[in-house]
Design a protein around this ligand. Structure first.
Ligand code: GAR
Length: 203
């Protein structure tokens, strides 16, 4: 049985697209059944609709608290029988209860080699820091922002002529490979967590 996946988005959805493309192969061990956006009208929703995937818009502004917003997302995910949640450019912090209830079943992609450059503007900060390697990380989500056991990382060189945009584009290409790989590993049940480490079977 393919694992039922829900994807949370807030924007253009290029990582969602990479996951949709991977799941289009019937041999892939997961299928996307629901895409939730906290922002109406974003391109990620169009991508989902084009692929024939159910979408929900849950505007966070309509809720009195983060907890109430997360509870509504949780209801939708459970109603759809979701087993794995993927954050794909979802730009909202999640409450402790939500994170706990999806523990070891929720993954995030971050545009940096964690634990370096948590938070926003990672490419600009990498250039300013003068690092020679930069990249992306897919990790299990824990209560701390951009933290949690790492499933997949990929690195790219930082070139002398790089701008934020050229570096972002180089990293994004790798994101689109790393995210489907991480989802595959989790969906195949090959991930066990020991403390801060994710151990991957047969790797
Ligand atoms: C991606 O680069 C993703 O890694 C980043 O937002 C972008 C979303 O692009 N996520 C974060 O910064 C989360 N901390 P996309 O909507 O085209 O996938």
């Amino acid at each position: 049985m393919r694992k039922r996946v829900g994807v949370l988005v807030s924007g253009r959805g290029s990582n969602l697209q990479a996951l949709l493309d991977a799941c289009a192969d019937p041999a892939f061990p997961a299928e996307i059944v629901l895409v939730i956006s906290n922002i109406p009208g974003v391109f990620a929703l169009e991508r989902a609709e084009k692929a024939g995937i159910a979408t929900r818009v849950i505007p966070h502004k309509g809720f009195a608290s983060r907890e109430a917003f997360d509870a509504e997302m949780d209801r939708e995910l459970r109603a759809a029988g979701i087993e794995i949640v993927c954050l794909a450019g979802f730009m909202r912090l999640l409450s402790a209860d939500f994170v706990t209830s999806w523990r070891d079943r929720m993954i995030n992609i971050h545009p940096a080699l964690l634990p370096s450059f948590k938070g926003l503007h990672t490419h600009r900060r990498a250039i300013e820091a003068g690092v020679k390697l930069h990249g992306c990380t897919v990790h299990l989500v824990t209560a701390d922002l951009d933290d949690g056991p790492i499933l997949v990382q990929d690195a790219v060189p930082v070139l002398a002529a790089d701008t934020e945009d050229t570096l972002a584009a180089r990293v994004l290409e790798r994101e689109h490979k790393a995210y489907p790989l991480a989802l595959r590993l989790l969906a195949e049940g090959r991930v066990t967590v020991e403390g801060n480490r994710a151990l991957i079977r047969d790797e």
